[in-house]
Design a protein around this ligand. Structure first.
Ligand code: ADP
Ligand code: MG
Length: 446
Protein backbone atom coordinates (compact mmCIF):
# COMPACT_ATOMS: atom_id res chain seq x y z
CA UNK A 1 0.00 0.00 0.00
CA UNK A 2 1.15 3.49 -0.80
CA UNK A 3 2.43 5.37 2.21
CA UNK A 4 0.24 8.29 3.21
CA UNK A 5 2.01 11.53 2.49
CA UNK A 6 3.30 13.17 5.63
CA UNK A 7 4.20 16.80 6.14
CA UNK A 8 7.87 15.85 6.21
CA UNK A 9 7.60 14.61 2.63
CA UNK A 10 6.40 17.95 1.29
CA UNK A 11 9.78 19.63 1.27
CA UNK A 12 8.94 22.04 4.08
CA UNK A 13 11.61 23.75 6.15
CA UNK A 14 12.54 21.77 9.28
CA UNK A 15 11.63 24.63 11.58
CA UNK A 16 8.07 24.46 10.30
CA UNK A 17 7.98 20.68 10.74
CA UNK A 18 9.07 21.21 14.31
CA UNK A 19 6.24 23.67 14.91
CA UNK A 20 3.78 21.27 13.32
CA UNK A 21 4.53 18.90 16.20
CA UNK A 22 2.20 21.19 18.17
CA UNK A 23 -0.62 19.33 16.42
CA UNK A 24 -1.18 15.64 16.83
CA UNK A 25 -1.50 14.92 13.12
CA UNK A 26 1.41 14.06 10.84
CA UNK A 27 -0.37 13.19 7.65
CA UNK A 28 -1.24 15.99 5.25
CA UNK A 29 -4.80 16.34 4.01
CA UNK A 30 -5.56 16.09 0.30
CA UNK A 31 -5.61 19.84 -0.31
CA UNK A 32 -2.38 20.26 1.65
CA UNK A 33 -0.64 17.54 -0.36
CA UNK A 34 -1.55 19.20 -3.63
CA UNK A 35 -1.47 22.91 -2.81
CA UNK A 36 1.70 23.08 -0.69
CA UNK A 37 4.15 21.88 -3.39
CA UNK A 38 2.49 24.07 -6.03
CA UNK A 39 2.69 27.13 -3.79
CA UNK A 40 6.30 26.32 -2.82
CA UNK A 41 7.09 26.23 -6.53
CA UNK A 42 5.97 29.86 -6.64
CA UNK A 43 2.75 29.42 -8.61
CA UNK A 44 -0.39 31.44 -8.00
CA UNK A 45 -3.14 29.22 -6.67
CA UNK A 46 -6.93 29.24 -6.87
CA UNK A 47 -7.94 26.38 -4.61
CA UNK A 48 -11.10 24.92 -3.24
CA UNK A 49 -11.74 21.97 -0.98
CA UNK A 50 -14.48 21.09 1.44
CA UNK A 51 -14.99 22.75 4.81
CA UNK A 52 -12.73 21.50 7.58
CA UNK A 53 -10.12 20.01 5.26
CA UNK A 54 -7.14 22.03 6.49
CA UNK A 55 -6.96 24.90 4.02
CA UNK A 56 -5.38 27.24 6.59
CA UNK A 57 -2.16 25.24 6.86
CA UNK A 58 -2.28 24.69 3.11
CA UNK A 59 -1.60 28.40 2.64
CA UNK A 60 0.31 29.22 5.84
CA UNK A 61 3.00 26.57 5.45
CA UNK A 62 4.23 27.44 1.94
CA UNK A 63 4.05 31.16 2.79
CA UNK A 64 6.27 30.74 5.83
CA UNK A 65 8.50 28.33 3.99
CA UNK A 66 9.12 30.94 1.31
CA UNK A 67 9.88 33.57 3.93
CA UNK A 68 12.46 31.26 5.50
CA UNK A 69 14.10 30.38 2.20
CA UNK A 70 14.17 33.67 0.32
CA UNK A 71 15.36 37.18 0.98
CA UNK A 72 12.74 39.82 1.66
CA UNK A 73 12.06 42.41 -1.04
CA UNK A 74 12.03 45.18 1.54
CA UNK A 75 13.52 45.65 5.00
CA UNK A 76 10.31 47.00 6.45
CA UNK A 77 7.22 45.99 4.55
CA UNK A 78 5.21 42.92 5.48
CA UNK A 79 6.12 39.82 3.50
CA UNK A 80 2.68 38.29 3.58
CA UNK A 81 -0.86 39.61 3.92
CA UNK A 82 -3.63 37.19 4.77
CA UNK A 83 -7.15 38.53 4.24
CA UNK A 84 -10.34 37.09 5.74
CA UNK A 85 -13.97 38.21 5.71
CA UNK A 86 -14.66 38.30 9.46
CA UNK A 87 -12.88 39.39 12.59
CA UNK A 88 -13.43 36.09 14.34
CA UNK A 89 -11.93 34.16 11.47
CA UNK A 90 -8.98 36.53 11.22
CA UNK A 91 -8.34 35.96 14.91
CA UNK A 92 -8.44 32.20 14.49
CA UNK A 93 -6.03 32.23 11.54
CA UNK A 94 -3.76 34.59 13.44
CA UNK A 95 -3.70 32.00 16.23
CA UNK A 96 -2.54 29.35 13.77
CA UNK A 97 0.05 31.72 12.36
CA UNK A 98 1.41 32.33 15.87
CA UNK A 99 1.84 28.61 16.41
CA UNK A 100 3.74 28.30 13.14
CA UNK A 101 5.92 31.33 13.95
CA UNK A 102 7.03 29.73 17.24
CA UNK A 103 10.82 29.87 17.62
CA UNK A 104 11.23 31.92 14.42
CA UNK A 105 12.47 35.49 14.46
CA UNK A 106 9.42 36.83 12.62
CA UNK A 107 6.61 38.86 14.06
CA UNK A 108 3.00 38.91 13.00
CA UNK A 109 0.08 41.16 13.77
CA UNK A 110 -3.68 41.09 13.56
CA UNK A 111 -5.46 44.05 11.94
CA UNK A 112 -9.25 43.95 12.11
CA UNK A 113 -12.11 46.36 12.40
CA UNK A 114 -13.55 47.06 15.83
CA UNK A 115 -10.13 47.43 17.45
CA UNK A 116 -8.31 50.64 18.34
CA UNK A 117 -6.90 52.19 15.19
CA UNK A 118 -3.98 53.96 16.87
CA UNK A 119 -2.86 50.83 18.65
CA UNK A 120 -2.76 49.19 15.25
CA UNK A 121 -0.74 52.10 13.82
CA UNK A 122 1.75 51.56 16.62
CA UNK A 123 1.91 47.81 15.96
CA UNK A 124 2.44 48.46 12.25
CA UNK A 125 5.24 50.92 12.95
CA UNK A 126 7.20 47.98 14.37
CA UNK A 127 7.12 46.42 10.87
CA UNK A 128 5.52 43.03 11.44
CA UNK A 129 6.40 40.56 8.69
CA UNK A 130 3.06 38.77 8.58
CA UNK A 131 -0.30 40.48 8.74
CA UNK A 132 -3.64 38.78 9.15
CA UNK A 133 -6.43 41.24 8.44
CA UNK A 134 -9.96 41.99 7.41
CA UNK A 135 -9.92 43.99 4.16
CA UNK A 136 -11.79 47.11 5.31
CA UNK A 137 -9.46 47.97 8.14
CA UNK A 138 -6.31 47.10 6.21
CA UNK A 139 -7.43 49.41 3.39
CA UNK A 140 -8.00 52.16 6.00
CA UNK A 141 -4.40 51.75 7.12
CA UNK A 142 -3.19 51.99 3.55
CA UNK A 143 -5.13 55.20 3.18
CA UNK A 144 -3.62 56.47 6.40
CA UNK A 145 -0.17 55.36 5.20
CA UNK A 146 0.46 53.33 8.34
CA UNK A 147 1.98 50.65 6.15
CA UNK A 148 3.20 50.05 2.62
CA UNK A 149 2.81 46.87 0.70
CA UNK A 150 5.49 47.18 -1.98
CA UNK A 151 7.53 44.45 -0.33
CA UNK A 152 4.72 41.89 -0.06
CA UNK A 153 5.78 38.57 -1.54
CA UNK A 154 2.60 36.64 -0.79
CA UNK A 155 -0.99 37.86 -0.79
CA UNK A 156 -3.59 35.40 0.47
CA UNK A 157 -7.34 35.68 0.17
CA UNK A 158 -9.15 33.12 2.27
CA UNK A 159 -12.92 32.84 1.76
CA UNK A 160 -12.46 35.13 -1.22
CA UNK A 161 -16.04 34.66 -2.43
CA UNK A 162 -17.45 35.81 0.90
CA UNK A 163 -15.32 38.94 0.90
CA UNK A 164 -16.82 39.75 -2.48
CA UNK A 165 -20.35 39.02 -1.29
CA UNK A 166 -19.81 41.47 1.53
CA UNK A 167 -18.89 44.18 -0.93
CA UNK A 168 -15.16 44.26 -0.26
CA UNK A 169 -14.14 44.24 -3.92
CA UNK A 170 -12.91 47.90 -3.81
CA UNK A 171 -10.80 47.24 -0.71
CA UNK A 172 -9.38 44.05 -2.24
CA UNK A 173 -8.45 45.95 -5.39
CA UNK A 174 -6.87 48.72 -3.34
CA UNK A 175 -4.74 46.20 -1.45
CA UNK A 176 -3.89 44.36 -4.65
CA UNK A 177 -2.72 47.57 -6.33
CA UNK A 178 -0.65 48.60 -3.33
CA UNK A 179 1.10 45.23 -3.42
CA UNK A 180 1.38 44.93 -7.16
CA UNK A 181 4.69 43.84 -8.55
CA UNK A 182 5.94 41.17 -10.84
CA UNK A 183 7.16 38.75 -8.23
CA UNK A 184 4.19 38.72 -5.92
CA UNK A 185 2.53 35.38 -5.41
CA UNK A 186 -1.20 35.26 -4.76
CA UNK A 187 -3.20 32.43 -3.20
CA UNK A 188 -7.00 32.26 -3.12
CA UNK A 189 -8.86 29.66 -1.08
CA UNK A 190 -12.47 28.79 -0.27
CA UNK A 191 -14.81 25.83 -0.10
CA UNK A 192 -16.92 27.59 -2.73
CA UNK A 193 -15.18 29.42 -5.51
CA UNK A 194 -17.37 28.85 -8.49
CA UNK A 195 -18.98 32.25 -8.77
CA UNK A 196 -18.62 34.72 -11.58
CA UNK A 197 -17.36 37.55 -9.41
CA UNK A 198 -14.58 35.32 -8.08
CA UNK A 199 -13.47 34.60 -11.63
CA UNK A 200 -13.33 38.30 -12.41
CA UNK A 201 -11.24 39.21 -9.40
CA UNK A 202 -9.07 36.12 -9.87
CA UNK A 203 -8.39 37.19 -13.45
CA UNK A 204 -7.26 40.58 -12.17
CA UNK A 205 -5.25 39.47 -9.19
CA UNK A 206 -3.78 36.08 -10.08
CA UNK A 207 -1.09 35.44 -12.61
CA UNK A 208 -1.58 32.22 -14.59
CA UNK A 209 -2.98 30.44 -11.53
CA UNK A 210 -3.07 26.74 -10.95
CA UNK A 211 -6.64 25.72 -10.22
CA UNK A 212 -6.83 23.11 -7.53
CA UNK A 213 -10.12 21.61 -6.62
CA UNK A 214 -10.40 18.72 -4.23
CA UNK A 215 -13.91 17.40 -4.61
CA UNK A 216 -16.62 19.74 -5.82
CA UNK A 217 -18.24 22.29 -3.56
CA UNK A 218 -21.71 20.83 -3.90
CA UNK A 219 -20.64 17.27 -3.27
CA UNK A 220 -22.23 15.68 -0.22
CA UNK A 221 -19.94 16.03 2.79
CA UNK A 222 -19.67 12.46 4.00
CA UNK A 223 -19.02 13.40 7.63
CA UNK A 224 -22.09 15.61 7.94
CA UNK A 225 -25.53 14.05 8.26
CA UNK A 226 -28.01 16.51 6.80
CA UNK A 227 -31.70 16.57 7.70
CA UNK A 228 -34.52 18.90 6.71
CA UNK A 229 -37.87 19.54 8.41
CA UNK A 230 -40.85 21.41 7.03
CA UNK A 231 -42.39 24.03 9.32
CA UNK A 232 -45.62 25.99 9.22
CA UNK A 233 -44.63 29.11 11.15
CA UNK A 234 -42.37 30.47 13.86
CA UNK A 235 -44.01 28.62 16.75
CA UNK A 236 -43.74 25.41 14.81
CA UNK A 237 -40.06 26.09 14.18
CA UNK A 238 -39.52 26.66 17.86
CA UNK A 239 -41.31 23.44 18.76
CA UNK A 240 -39.15 21.54 16.27
CA UNK A 241 -36.02 23.19 17.61
CA UNK A 242 -36.96 22.20 21.16
CA UNK A 243 -37.44 18.61 20.12
CA UNK A 244 -34.24 18.49 18.09
CA UNK A 245 -32.23 19.92 20.97
CA UNK A 246 -33.93 17.60 23.40
CA UNK A 247 -33.28 14.49 21.32
CA UNK A 248 -29.79 15.35 20.13
CA UNK A 249 -26.82 14.16 22.06
CA UNK A 250 -24.93 17.34 21.36
CA UNK A 251 -21.77 18.73 22.79
CA UNK A 252 -22.09 22.17 21.23
CA UNK A 253 -24.53 23.61 18.74
CA UNK A 254 -24.46 26.60 16.40
CA UNK A 255 -27.89 27.89 15.41
CA UNK A 256 -28.11 30.21 12.41
CA UNK A 257 -30.93 32.72 12.07
CA UNK A 258 -31.75 35.25 9.37
CA UNK A 259 -31.24 38.49 11.28
CA UNK A 260 -29.48 39.96 14.27
CA UNK A 261 -32.81 40.61 15.98
CA UNK A 262 -33.75 36.96 15.54
CA UNK A 263 -30.55 35.82 17.25
CA UNK A 264 -31.41 37.85 20.32
CA UNK A 265 -35.04 36.79 20.46
CA UNK A 266 -34.21 33.12 20.05
CA UNK A 267 -31.39 33.23 22.59
CA UNK A 268 -33.73 34.71 25.18
CA UNK A 269 -36.24 31.96 24.55
CA UNK A 270 -33.59 29.27 24.91
CA UNK A 271 -32.30 30.78 28.11
CA UNK A 272 -35.83 30.89 29.52
CA UNK A 273 -35.79 27.14 28.98
CA UNK A 274 -32.51 26.94 30.89
CA UNK A 275 -30.48 25.97 27.86
CA UNK A 276 -27.17 27.76 27.99
CA UNK A 277 -27.27 29.87 24.86
CA UNK A 278 -25.50 33.04 23.81
CA UNK A 279 -26.02 35.32 20.81
CA UNK A 280 -23.24 36.53 18.55
CA UNK A 281 -24.07 39.26 16.10
CA UNK A 282 -22.45 42.12 14.29
CA UNK A 283 -24.36 44.63 16.41
CA UNK A 284 -22.16 43.91 19.43
CA UNK A 285 -18.94 45.74 20.03
CA UNK A 286 -15.68 43.91 19.47
CA UNK A 287 -14.92 43.30 23.14
CA UNK A 288 -18.33 41.66 23.54
CA UNK A 289 -17.80 39.58 20.40
CA UNK A 290 -14.40 38.42 21.66
CA UNK A 291 -15.80 37.47 25.06
CA UNK A 292 -18.66 35.50 23.54
CA UNK A 293 -16.43 33.57 21.16
CA UNK A 294 -13.93 32.76 23.86
CA UNK A 295 -16.70 31.60 26.20
CA UNK A 296 -18.21 29.45 23.50
CA UNK A 297 -14.83 27.95 22.66
CA UNK A 298 -14.34 27.10 26.33
CA UNK A 299 -17.84 25.53 26.31
CA UNK A 300 -19.16 27.96 28.93
CA UNK A 301 -22.16 28.03 26.59
CA UNK A 302 -23.36 25.01 24.72
CA UNK A 303 -25.38 26.91 22.15
CA UNK A 304 -24.29 29.79 19.96
CA UNK A 305 -27.06 31.61 18.12
CA UNK A 306 -25.75 33.70 15.27
CA UNK A 307 -26.10 34.96 11.69
CA UNK A 308 -23.86 34.39 8.70
CA UNK A 309 -21.23 36.41 10.55
CA UNK A 310 -20.17 32.99 11.89
CA UNK A 311 -20.85 30.86 8.82
CA UNK A 312 -17.34 30.95 7.46
CA UNK A 313 -14.17 29.27 8.55
CA UNK A 314 -14.63 29.03 12.31
CA UNK A 315 -13.04 25.87 13.62
CA UNK A 316 -14.48 24.91 16.99
CA UNK A 317 -13.74 21.38 18.08
CA UNK A 318 -16.90 20.56 20.04
CA UNK A 319 -19.53 21.65 17.54
CA UNK A 320 -21.45 18.45 16.90
CA UNK A 321 -24.61 20.08 15.50
CA UNK A 322 -25.45 22.95 13.21
CA UNK A 323 -29.07 24.09 12.99
CA UNK A 324 -30.42 26.35 10.27
CA UNK A 325 -33.31 27.93 12.12
CA UNK A 326 -33.72 29.96 8.95
CA UNK A 327 -32.29 29.01 5.59
CA UNK A 328 -29.42 31.22 4.35
CA UNK A 329 -30.03 33.94 1.77
CA UNK A 330 -26.80 33.24 -0.10
CA UNK A 331 -26.87 29.64 -1.26
CA UNK A 332 -23.17 28.88 -0.69
CA UNK A 333 -23.55 29.88 2.96
CA UNK A 334 -25.44 26.62 3.43
CA UNK A 335 -22.26 24.69 2.66
CA UNK A 336 -20.23 26.90 4.98
CA UNK A 337 -22.73 26.90 7.84
CA UNK A 338 -23.06 23.12 7.96
CA UNK A 339 -19.29 22.94 7.59
CA UNK A 340 -18.88 24.27 11.14
CA UNK A 341 -19.35 20.63 12.13
CA UNK A 342 -17.91 17.42 10.70
CA UNK A 343 -14.43 18.93 10.58
CA UNK A 344 -11.06 17.18 10.25
CA UNK A 345 -12.62 13.73 10.01
CA UNK A 346 -15.14 14.12 12.85
CA UNK A 347 -18.84 13.43 12.34
CA UNK A 348 -21.48 16.11 12.58
CA UNK A 349 -25.20 16.72 12.21
CA UNK A 350 -26.84 19.50 10.24
CA UNK A 351 -30.55 20.22 10.66
CA UNK A 352 -32.48 22.73 8.60
CA UNK A 353 -35.94 24.11 9.31
CA UNK A 354 -37.81 25.08 6.18
CA UNK A 355 -40.89 27.26 6.45
CA UNK A 356 -42.79 29.10 3.71
CA UNK A 357 -40.37 32.04 3.93
CA UNK A 358 -37.40 29.70 3.53
CA UNK A 359 -38.82 27.88 0.54
CA UNK A 360 -37.05 29.80 -2.21
CA UNK A 361 -33.73 29.57 -0.40
CA UNK A 362 -34.30 25.88 0.20
CA UNK A 363 -34.97 25.23 -3.48
CA UNK A 364 -31.79 27.06 -4.42
CA UNK A 365 -29.81 24.97 -1.92
CA UNK A 366 -31.40 21.82 -3.27
CA UNK A 367 -30.43 22.80 -6.81
CA UNK A 368 -26.94 23.74 -5.71
CA UNK A 369 -26.44 20.40 -3.95
CA UNK A 370 -27.98 18.61 -6.94
CA UNK A 371 -29.92 16.39 -4.59
CA UNK A 372 -33.52 15.48 -4.37
CA UNK A 373 -33.90 16.29 -0.71
CA UNK A 374 -36.42 14.29 1.29
CA UNK A 375 -37.92 15.85 4.38
CA UNK A 376 -37.79 14.14 7.75
CA UNK A 377 -40.62 14.24 10.24
CA UNK A 378 -40.77 14.28 14.02
CA UNK A 379 -43.63 12.51 15.67
CA UNK A 380 -46.47 14.81 16.67
CA UNK A 381 -44.79 17.74 14.95
CA UNK A 382 -45.78 17.23 11.34
CA UNK A 383 -47.20 20.44 9.96
CA UNK A 384 -49.40 21.36 7.04
CA UNK A 385 -46.83 23.11 4.90
CA UNK A 386 -45.58 20.88 2.12
CA UNK A 387 -43.69 23.34 0.02
CA UNK A 388 -44.70 25.91 -2.57
CA UNK A 389 -45.51 25.25 -6.18
CA UNK A 390 -42.94 26.57 -8.62
CA UNK A 391 -43.88 29.98 -9.99
CA UNK A 392 -45.46 29.91 -13.41
CA UNK A 393 -42.96 31.15 -15.96
CA UNK A 394 -44.38 33.88 -18.26
CA UNK A 395 -45.26 32.21 -21.54
CA UNK A 396 -43.66 33.66 -24.62
CA UNK A 397 -46.81 33.35 -26.71
CA UNK A 398 -48.83 35.54 -24.34
CA UNK A 399 -49.88 38.83 -25.86
CA UNK A 400 -47.92 41.84 -24.71
CA UNK A 401 -50.98 43.71 -23.45
CA UNK A 402 -52.23 40.72 -21.54
CA UNK A 403 -49.01 39.99 -19.78
CA UNK A 404 -48.62 43.62 -18.70
CA UNK A 405 -52.16 43.58 -17.37
CA UNK A 406 -51.72 40.39 -15.43
CA UNK A 407 -48.51 41.66 -13.94
CA UNK A 408 -50.18 44.87 -12.89
CA UNK A 409 -52.86 42.86 -11.19
CA UNK A 410 -50.27 40.87 -9.30
CA UNK A 411 -48.53 44.01 -8.09
CA UNK A 412 -51.79 45.47 -6.90
CA UNK A 413 -52.52 42.37 -4.87
CA UNK A 414 -49.14 42.10 -3.25
CA UNK A 415 -46.93 45.16 -3.11
CA UNK A 416 -43.32 44.37 -3.83
CA UNK A 417 -41.18 44.90 -0.79
CA UNK A 418 -37.99 46.80 -1.46
CA UNK A 419 -35.13 47.42 0.86
CA UNK A 420 -34.13 50.97 1.68
CA UNK A 421 -31.31 51.05 -0.82
CA UNK A 422 -33.85 50.66 -3.61
CA UNK A 423 -35.46 53.97 -2.84
CA UNK A 424 -32.14 55.67 -2.24
CA UNK A 425 -31.08 54.71 -5.70
CA UNK A 426 -34.06 56.18 -7.45
CA UNK A 427 -33.29 59.59 -8.89
CA UNK A 428 -36.11 61.60 -10.44
CA UNK A 429 -35.98 61.44 -14.21
CA UNK A 430 -33.32 58.79 -14.12
CA UNK A 431 -33.55 55.20 -15.10
CA UNK A 432 -34.54 53.19 -12.13
CA UNK A 433 -31.60 51.28 -10.83
CA UNK A 434 -32.40 48.12 -8.97
CA UNK A 435 -29.47 46.79 -6.98
CA UNK A 436 -29.01 43.09 -7.66
CA UNK A 437 -28.41 42.25 -4.07
CA UNK A 438 -28.38 44.03 -0.83
CA UNK A 439 -24.89 44.75 0.35
CA UNK A 440 -24.59 43.53 3.91
CA UNK A 441 -23.71 46.20 6.45
CA UNK A 442 -19.97 46.12 6.89
CA UNK A 443 -20.15 46.31 10.64
CA UNK A 444 -21.58 42.80 10.67
CA UNK A 445 -18.51 41.25 9.20
CA UNK A 446 -15.51 43.34 9.79
P1 ADP B 1 -10.79 24.65 6.29
O1 ADP B 1 -10.14 25.99 6.19
O2 ADP B 1 -10.51 23.77 5.12
O3 ADP B 1 -12.23 24.71 6.63
P2 ADP B 1 -9.12 24.44 8.66
O4 ADP B 1 -7.83 24.92 8.11
O5 ADP B 1 -9.88 25.37 9.54
O6 ADP B 1 -10.08 23.89 7.51
O7 ADP B 1 -8.81 23.07 9.43
C1 ADP B 1 -9.83 22.34 10.06
C2 ADP B 1 -9.28 21.55 11.22
O8 ADP B 1 -8.45 20.50 10.73
C3 ADP B 1 -8.41 22.37 12.16
O9 ADP B 1 -8.75 22.03 13.48
C4 ADP B 1 -7.01 21.94 11.84
O10 ADP B 1 -6.17 22.02 12.96
C5 ADP B 1 -7.20 20.50 11.42
N1 ADP B 1 -6.18 20.02 10.47
C6 ADP B 1 -5.43 20.76 9.63
N2 ADP B 1 -4.59 19.97 8.92
C7 ADP B 1 -4.83 18.70 9.32
C8 ADP B 1 -4.26 17.43 8.97
N3 ADP B 1 -3.29 17.33 8.06
N4 ADP B 1 -4.76 16.33 9.58
C9 ADP B 1 -5.74 16.44 10.51
N5 ADP B 1 -6.30 17.60 10.89
C10 ADP B 1 -5.86 18.72 10.31
MG1 MG C 1 -10.79 27.93 6.32
Amino acid sequence: MENPLQFKDLGLDNRLLKNLAHYDFKQATEIQKIAIPVAIAGKDVLASSKTGSGKTLAFLLPTLHKALKTKAFSAKDPRAIILLPTRELAKQVYGELRVMLGGLSYTGTLITGGENFNDQVKALSRHPRFIVATPGRLADHLEHRSLFLDGVDTLILDEADRMLDLGFAPQLRHIHKAAKHRRRQTLMFSATLDHAEVNDIAAEMLNDPRRISVGVSNEQHKDIRQRFYLCDHLDHKEALLDRVLNDADYRQVIIFTATRADTERLTEKLNEKKLKAVALSGSLNQAQRNTIMSQFERTVFKILVTTDVASRGLDIANVTHVINFDMPKHTEEYVHRVGRTGRAGNKGDAISLVGPKDWDSFKRVEAFLQQDIQFDELEGLTGKFKGLKPRQPVRKDQGQAKSVKSQAKKVAKKPVKRDKSFYQNVAVGDNVFIPKKKVAPKVDEE
